[in-house]
Design a protein around this ligand. Sequence first.
Ligand code: 3HC
Length: 686
Amino acid sequence: MSITMKADGLTGFVTLDNPPVNAIGKAMREGLMEAVKWAERENFDRVIVTGAGRAFAAGADAREFDGAALEPFLPDVCDAIERSFVPWVAAINGVALGGGAEIALACRMRIAGPKAQIGLPEVTLGVIPGAGGTQRAMRLCGLESALEMIAFGRPLRATEALKAGLIHAVEVDPVDAADMVNTEELQCVVPTWELPPPDHDEAAFTAIREKLAKRSPGQVAPLRAVEVVEQGLTLDFAEAMALERATFLELKQGDQSRALRHMFFAERAAKPPKDLPSAPELTEVAVVGGGTMGAGIAYACLSLGLPVTLLETDADGVERAEANVGKLIGDGVARGRLSEDGEEALRARLTATTDYAKAANAPLAIEAAFEDMEVKKAIFAQLDAALSPDAILATNTSYLDVDEIAAGTRDPSRVLGLHFFAPAHIMRLLEIVKGAQSSPKALATGYALGKLLKKVPVVAGVCDGFIGNRIYSRYREAADTVFMDGSTPWEVDEAMVNFGYAMGPYEVADLSGLDIGYAARRRQDATRDPNRRYIPLADRMYELGKLGKKVGAGWYRYPGGGGKVEDPIVADLALEEAHFAGIERTEYDEAQIVERLTLAMINEATDVLAEGIAQSAADIDLVTVFGYGFPRWRGGLMHYADTLGVPQIVERITALQAEDPVAWKLSPVLADCAERGLSLAEWSPV
Ligand code: 3HC
């Protein structure tokens, strides 16, 4: 039944018990219905409901969302609890989220443990609360708090929930405290549904809608949730519940909810394969290079409590590295992430030095130096000589051949790539690059570090750019082609922002610096297909010294170091280059821009899949969302492709071949899927 029931005198104890986090499926709903009847039959003076293990309940079982809703429905369960003559008390031992919170809100009283959290995160799964959350939360904690909680889905800590009026008390032992509540006092508590809804407050609705437009653009569920709250103010409780439920059921079937559920489960499936050996204990870490990336990795490791030896080439480098890490520590303090004690301890764990011998005991070294093969090889030779022969040696290269780096060491099996994304202490993606000889132990170490750092680990094979940068370079190429042939950087950026990216490709390039892409293109010169069209615009920008925001001018200009402004000189560059190349420019509308940029990525991504560089379509989704800002609510690149449909993609790419048969050469996997009637998620090699 997923619940247990136990009587003790006049108290009935009900425990939600569906490990690991008591997700509420059909069996639990049936169990709760049964428990309501049981408590009434036994004529208890109260029921205390709590969760087994670490959670109260994580919400409705999202694995059931693909099918039709199954009886008994959760709103009916909550109603039965709330309207029973036996008062129920929720002893919230851990997280009470979504449907878990809704069960608690239907109880007559709520007492939480100090570490409990209570929240309605349904919008993060593309739905709204579907069992009374919108109606009960606003009756308990008022309009403003309820709107914040429901529209952004951020759970409240126990003390916050108490302050908001959502719960009655915070107690170390909530079950015990629930048992101690005076029976008469409990009988006097008015059931939530009987409370009047708050008054309408125009300003609160305007404010939340403005915040949503900024923070959750493109997302449907948060706005629908606000609408349901607003309409609920003037409906009676039963009508408001019916409206909430109908909206929940409609959104559950929608593309955004499917996409967000896909991301939720894909993220949780990103785990080390079961057959990997256990990793060595990460007692300390060596990081080579104290630039932006190295400092970010070092800071992330220091924050975990790990001692870090940060290796540099000379005294100036050491000073710079210390300053870079120091700045991150300072920022951490300013944001309230570190107490003063924490700050000192963190600084004390850092040793910046040129002496590789100081890292002799590190079980893991991560090289984050300049992207140059010779530089990397020299560093690996030093690590090879200074560290124990058991140590795992990782390179944070974004593009370079991990096998070539490994070949220069005594034991290539202990070398792998660990590709972080800037800022390394914030971005969640970690590409674990498996070289031809990388050992299971090396991979296990990468996963272990990823787990400690709370990263989303994705294994990638060796190729230029691995999964993410390889796909991104096609996105950039398509953007430059559209720009050259008929658009502007700001039109391209605007189209991609409207699609759901936080920033378009040109603004991103300005932030990273145009010198990075330039160096990558020079490295690719030798191997580039001579028949492939080459768009010279980015090279022209480099030659003009327009290196991006850091110099005040890139694709945009940044007068006085401030916000971006469009630069007509940049727009003219495309006119000029198109003229020299004899191209008759055309105009692209927003839909055409989005289509070209996304199809170019999808085509490349399917090649990445076919070559085994990525192990699954879901892995590509994780990479594009967690490393490259692809909108999560579209489910990642491959999930998005499947919502477009493979036959449509094949048709569009085939049509584009008339313009450029090389750039739009159809990936064999797309052709294969079309022929076998498969989605990209279903594809595997025959
Ligand atoms: N449905 C189904 N499975 C769930 C689930 C849910 N709501 N919540 C968690 N799980 C599963 C995970 O997939 C994972 O499965 P796995 O072990 O097979 O990979 C397992 O439970 C453990 O989850 P985590 O790895 O995430 O464990 P953590 O301890 O890190 O986090 C948590 C626990 C905070 C509860 C987190 O899992 C979470 O945020 N869950 C989702 C909460 C949520 O969005 N609830 C709303 C659901 S919609 C709803 O309730 C509709 C209602 O209004 C009608």
